[in-house]
Design a protein around this ligand. Structure first.
Ligand code: F6R
Length: 368
């Protein structure tokens, strides 16, 4: 049932183009309006929402961070992201005009479940993003967007994460449609970009060779850092989490702009530093990440740079270059995460670790 792969995790990484495509399937009606099947919250209610709070744990939390960037940009509704385990212990401000979005692959994570119960006590509306039909979280939520990743057996979330991102993009576009913050053709253009993502992810997987070589090169690294900005920041956090949980290597993800506020002291000779470079756009993020890379290199650390395939500006700053397809900034996590998943999986298996069942971890965490 591993379909010819040695590990479920590897199989699930390679299933991602299909998982993303399936999660996008059937989201349009005949009049080209976005439809979300189990959105049992009415359009009127959605128009009265004045705040969104995303709650989740671990990898799902990083999907929530990306959701914040997309939802605020497309809808102008203030959106917070909070770790589910922190949420109910700090007397959060939620009420009938708050939409709480609970992201959980398994639908059974106790921290997330307790958080949604707390939100419902405060009369908030709860929407679940979930991969498991009939699990507790979507059953208790008012509405659900199912991700159609198929069963995820590997303990580390891979296709679960990518499909959570897709569901969050769909939610953002749907809210923009309902509230009229984006025109139909703008929504259609982003949907067309999303429809092109399975092919873009396939392109990343077909060119994965250099990432496999990297795993050999850095197998003995005591620590690995990951930098990113904007939606590249949660990607950096996810890359670090995958490495910690699978390869048992210390790893940290940083917002690249924070480097100078402390983490720069960690830089030393030969330390591997991954950086997700944003697409060149109107803002200055691209240039700012390049200057971070310059600082990293000046201290002898090794840079592994993920950048668009025609981005020649990065060449002088990269010890190793991993090329990404050209996609718009908000969607970049769908392609940029994949090499980091493969790196962690490859490094861990080279060390002889069981990547499907990493030590001390369970697939669903049903205790708080
Ligand atoms: C990491 C990982 C965990 C889960 C987290 C939430 O690879 O799998 O961090 O993302 O435990 O699980 P769900 O999404 O099932 O609520």
């Amino acid at each position: 049932e591993k379909g010819g792969y040695d590990w479920f995790m590897r199989k699930e990484i390679y299933e991602q183009p299909r998982a993303v495509a399936d999660t996008l399937l059937g989201r349009y009606d005949e009049s080209s309006r976005l439809v979300l099947d189990e959105m049992r919250i009415t359009e009127n209610e959605l128009r009265s929402i004045d705040k969104i709070v995303v709650i989740a744990c671990g990898t799902a939390f990083y999907a929530g961070m990306v959701a914040k960037y997309a939802i605020e940009h497309w809808t102008r509704i203030p959106c917070e992201v909070e770790l589910a385990s922190e949420f109910r212990y700090r007397d959060p401000i939620v009420g009938p005009t708050t939409l709480v979005v609970a992201i959980s692959q398994s639908g059974e994570t106790a921290d997330t479940l307790m958080a949604i119960r707390h939100a419902q006590e405060q009369k908030a509306r709860v929407l679940a993003v979930c991969n498991t039909n009939g699990s507790t979280i979507p059953r208790e939520a008012d509405a659900v967007i199912y991700t159609h990743a198929g069963p995820e057996i590997g303990v580390a979330s891979t296709k679960g994460f990518l499909t959570q991102l897709v569901a969050c993009y769909l939610l953002g576009l749907y809210l923009a449609q309902v509230r009229g913050t984006k025109f139909g053709d703008e929504i259609a253009a982003t949907m067309a970009e999303l429809q092109a993502m399975p092919a873009a992810i396939t392109e990343v997987l077909e060119a994965i060779g250099p990432v496999l070589d990297l795993a050999g090169e850095f197998a003995d690294a005591p620590s690995v850092l990951f930098l990113g900005r904007h939606v590249g920041y949660p990607v950096a956090l996810e890359g670090a989490l995958k490495l910690k949980e699978l390869a048992y290597i210390h790893a940290e993800g940083f917002a690249a702009g924070e480097l100078k506020h402390g983490p720069i002291a960690l830089l030393e000779d030969a330390l591997p530093v991954f950086a997700v470079v944003p697409p060149k756009g109107r803002d200055q993020l691209h240039a700012k990440v390049l200057s971070n890379l310059q600082e990293v290199r000046a201290r002898g650390a090794r840079t592994i740079v993920l950048a668009e395939h025609d981005d020649t500006d990065v060449v002088p700053y990269a010890d190793v270059l991993i090329r990404l397809p050209k996609v718009s900034t908000l969607l970049q996590p769908l392609v940029a995460t994949v090499p980091l998943q493969v790196f962690a999986c490859e490094l861990a298996t080279r060390k002889g670790h069981d990547v499907d069942q990493p030590r001390n971890l369970a697939k669903s965490v049903t205790v708080e």
